[in-house]
Design a protein around this ligand. Structure first.
Ligand code: FBP
Length: 608
C-alpha cells in the first residue's frame, strides 16, 4: 500500500494537460490562450489526476484502517432502498413571518415532515443523475455524506451517476463537475476534509447566477442536487427548490446540515455534522494544555475557539474540559456586559487563584465574542456601513493609519472613542475584508490577544492597590482549522453516512426543498430515526444588507438550556480550583464508552 510521496504539482498539471490534449508547457500565456472552456476542462482533469495521485500518496495506518470502516445506519435505512418510503405528516408552518414566507415560497411553503418507514417505493430504481456540492467551511464527515449518497444512489440503480460540483456553489454556476466513481470515492471514505471536490463560499443570489444554475441542470440533465452546507447554504437550497418548480425544471433540491459551529439545529436537526469531531479535537488539545499548565504552574492560556457567531463550541469544550473561565457570547449579550466588565471578571479569577498560589489557568474565548459585546457590535455595524458607503475612498487610502483615520472620522462619538481605545492591530483586523455574506471575518480578529493585554493592564492596576499579588504570564492560542478536517469520529462518520443515505432516500421519494434529518442521536445508531424537514419550516425573515430576506434562523446557545445550566452551576468551582479534565485523543476503535459517545451538549439536550 505504501507508495512514493507525491510528485510536484506541475507534474500533475502537465499530466492533466496531456490528458485533455492541451500540450501545456507550464507557461501562463498558453494557459490563458485556452479560453474559459479549455481552462475549466483543464481544472477538472487536474482534480481527477490529483485524486488519483492522492491514492498513491503515503497513507497513515489509521487512514488505511478507516477505509475499511463500515459506517452504522439507522435500522430503517438498512432495508433495501426500494423499501424505504417517506411517510408524510401534517402541513407545517414556520415559527414566524408565515405570510411573508408563504408568498415567497408559494410552491414549497407548508410541506409536511417526512419520516421513513418500511414500504414499497417503485420509483427508487429509476436511473438518475444527481449533483452534490460542498459549501462553506470544512467540517469532518463531508466525505461520508457523499459516500452515503453514492451508495444509496448506486444501490437503487447501478447506472445512476453522481456528479460533484467543483469548488463549491461556483461549480454549479460554472458547470464544473467531476463524476464520482467507486474507485475515486474509495480514497475518501471515512476521512476528513472536503478535498474530494473542494468547497467555496460563493453565494447564489443574482438572476444571472440562478439562470446559470438552471442551464447547468438542464445541460447535464440533473435530477437532483444535494447541497451540503450551513444555514446560508440551506437557505439557498430552499430558494433553488422553489425556483426550479417555478420554471418547471425537474431538478429536486435536498440540503444536508453541516457546520462545526453547531448553530444549525432545532427540534428536528439535533446537531449539524462536524461539531462532534471538531469539539472532541479541541477538547483533546485543551486537556493537554491544562495538564501542561498544571505541571509547569506558570502560564495562563487564553484559547480562542472557532464558532463564527454562536458559542456552542466553547460551551461543549468547557463541559468536556472544565477550564477556569469560559466566556459565552450569548450571556454577554443578554447581560449587556461591556468589554471592561469581561476583563474585570477574568482578572478577578486570576487574582483569586493567585491568592491560593496558583498563577496558572485556562480561559476559553468564543470566536464570535467581539460581535456580542454590545458596544463592539455597534462599532462593527457602523464600520460595515462606512466600508460599504465609502468603499472607493477606503481603497485609495494607503496604509493602516490612513484607513483607520478615515473610518474613525465617520463613526459616532461613542464608537470613535471605543475604536481609538483599541490596539492598532485590532483596529486593522476590524477593517479587513468581509466574507461574501457581508460578515466580518471573526476568525481573523485576535480577541484572545486583546483580552490578554487588557487583563494584564487591569492586574497591574490591582497590584498597585494591593488587590493582587501574583504573577501573570499569558500565552494565546486559536483552535479552529485544527479541528475542521480531522478524521470524523465514529459518531460523525455514522451520522454523515446516514445523512447522505437519507438525502438519496428523500430524492427517491420525489421530495424537494427538504433538509435531511437524522434524529434520536443520543441513542445507538440502530435506533436513529431518519426523514426530511421542509426547509421553509426553519426560516424567518431577517434584515440583511438593508433588505428583508428569508433565512434559516441561527441557533444560539440557549441560556435556559440544559448545557448552559450545567456549565453555569459548576463554573465558580472551576474558577477557584484546578478541575481540568483530560479527554485525550478521539478513539476510533475500542469500547463504546470511549469511542461511540455523542457530545455532552447532545446528551444534556436529550436528557440521555
Ligand atoms: P461554516 O459556517 O461555513 O460551516 O464555517 C464556519 C467556520 O468554520 C467558522 O467557525 C469560522 O469563523 C469560519 O468558518 C472561517 O472561515 P474561513 O474558512 O473562510 O476562514
Amino acid at each position: 500500500m505504501v507508495a512514493p510521496a507525491t510528485r510536484p504539482v506541475n507534474h500533475l498539471a502537465a499530466e492533466a494537460g496531456r490528458q485533455v490534449g492541451l500540450g501545456w508547457d507550464g507557461s501562463r500565456s498558453v494557459l490563458r490562450s485556452l479560453g474559459r472552456g479549455g481552462i475549466l476542462k483543464f481544472r477538472v482533469y487536474l482534480i481527477m489526476v490529483a485524486g488519483k495521485e492522492s491514492k498513491m500518496r503515503q497513507q497513515s495506518p489509521l487512514q488505511i484502517a478507516r477505509y475499511a470502516y463500515t459506517p452504522k445506519l439507522p435500522a430503517v435505512l438498512q432495508q433495501p432502498i426500494g423499501s424505504i418510503v417517506a411517510q408524510l405528516g401534517e402541513p407545517t408552518e414556520a415559527e414566524s413571518d408565515r405570510e411573508g414566507l408563504r408568498s415567497l415560497f408559494s410552491r414549497t411553503y407548508g410541506l409536511p415532515i417526512a419520516e421513513f418507514a418500511a414500504g414499497n417505493n417503485a420509483n427508487a430504481a429509476t436511473a438518475r443523475t444527481v449533483g452534490v456540492v460542498l459549501s462553506g467551511g470544512q467540517a469532518p464527515g463531508g466525505h461520508n455524506v457523499i459516500s452515503g449518497l453514492f451508495d444509496g444512489l448506486k444501490a437503487a440503480n447501478a447506472k445512476s451517476r453522481l456528479l460533484g460540483f467543483l469548488g463549491g456553489p461556483s461549480g454549479i454556476t460554472d458547470n464544473e463537475t467531476l463524476e464520482i466513481t467507486e474507485d475515486y470515492l474509495a480514497a475518501y471514505r471515512n476521512t476528513g476534509g472536503f478535498d474530494i471536490i473542494g468547497s467555496g463560499r460563493t453565494k447564489i443570489e443574482t438572476d444571472e447566477q440562478f439562470e446559470a444554475v438552471a442551464r447547468t441542470c438542464v445541460e447535464q440533465s440533473i435530477d437532483a442536487i444535494v447541497v451540503i452546507g450551513g444555514d446560508d447554504s440551506n437557505t439557498n437550497a430552499a430558494v433553488l427548490a422553489e425556483y426550479f418548480l417555478s420554471r418547471d425544471i425537474k431538478t429536486q433540491v435536498i440540503g444536508v446540515p453541516k457546520t462545526i459551529d453547531g448553530d444549525l439545529k432545532n427540534a428536528y436537526i439535533e446537531t449539524s455534522f462536524g461539531f462532534d469531531t471538531a469539539t472532541k479535537t479541541y477538547s483533546e488539545l485543551i486537556g493537554n494544555i491544562g495538564r501542561d499548565a498544571n505541571s509547569a504552574k506558570k502560564y495562563w492560556h487564553f484559547i480562542k475557539l472557532m464558532g463564527r457567531s454562536a458559542s456552542h463550541i466553547a460551551l461543549e469544550c468547557a463541559l468536556q474540559t472544565q477550564p477556569n473561565v469560559c466566556i459565552i457570547s450569548e450571556e454577554v449579550a443578554a447581560k449587556q456586559q461591556t468589554l471592561e466588565q469581561i476583563v474585570e471578571s477574568i482578572a478577578t479569577v486570576v487574582a483569586g487563584r493567585a491568592a491560593q498560589g496558583e498563577n496558572f489557568g485556562i480561559v476559553l474565548v468564543p470566536e464570535g465574542l467581539i460581535e456580542f459585546i454590545p458596544e463592539m457590535g455597534i462599532l462593527i455595524r457602523e464600520i460595515n456601513d462606512i466600508l460599504a458607503r465609502h468603499a472607493e475612498e477606503f481603497a485609495t487610502r494607503s496604509g493602516p493609519e490612513a484607513q483607520s483615520e478615515l473610518i474613525a472620522s465617520h463613526l459616532s462619538k461613542e464608537s470613535a472613542q471605543l475604536f481609538e481605545s483599541l490596539p492598532a492591530g485590532i483596529q486593522q483586523q476590524l477593517l479587513m475584508d468581509r466574507d461574501p455574506h457581508g460578515n466580518v471575518q471573526v476568525s481573523r480578529i485576535e480577541t484572545e490577544k486583546l483580552l490578554v493585554e487588557m487583563v494584564a493592564a487591569r492586574l497591574k492596576e490591582m497590584k498597585s492597590s494591593a488587590e493582587y499579588g501574583g504573577s501573570f504570564s499569558a500565552l494565546q492560542h486559536f483552535f479552529g482549522y485544527e479541528g475542521r478536517c480531522a478524521f470524523p469520529s465514529n459518531f460523525d462518520a455514522d451520522y454523515c453516512y446516514s445523512l447522505g443515505y437519507t438525502a438519496f432516500a428523500l430524492i427517491a421519494n420525489g421530495l424537494t426543498g427538504y433538509i435531511a434529518s437524522v434524529r434520536n442521536l443520543a441513542r445507538p445508531a440502530s435506533q436513529w430515526k431518519a426523514g426530511g424537514i421542509p426547509i421553509t419550516m426553519m426560516m424567518n425573515m431577517e434584515r440583511r444588507h438593508g433588505q428583508h430576506k428569508p433565512v434559516i434562523r441561527k441557533a444560539l446557545v440557549e441560556l435556559e438550556g440544559a448545557p448552559f445550566k450545567q456549565f453555569a452551576a459548576q463554573r465558580d468551582a472551576w474558577a477557584r480550583n484546578t478541575s481540568f479534565v483530560f479527554p485525550g485523543a478521539i478513539q476510533y476503535y475500542g469500547p463504546d464508552e470511549v469511542c461511540n459517545q455523542p457530545t455532552v451538549t447532545l446528551k444534556l439536550e436529550q436528557g440521555a
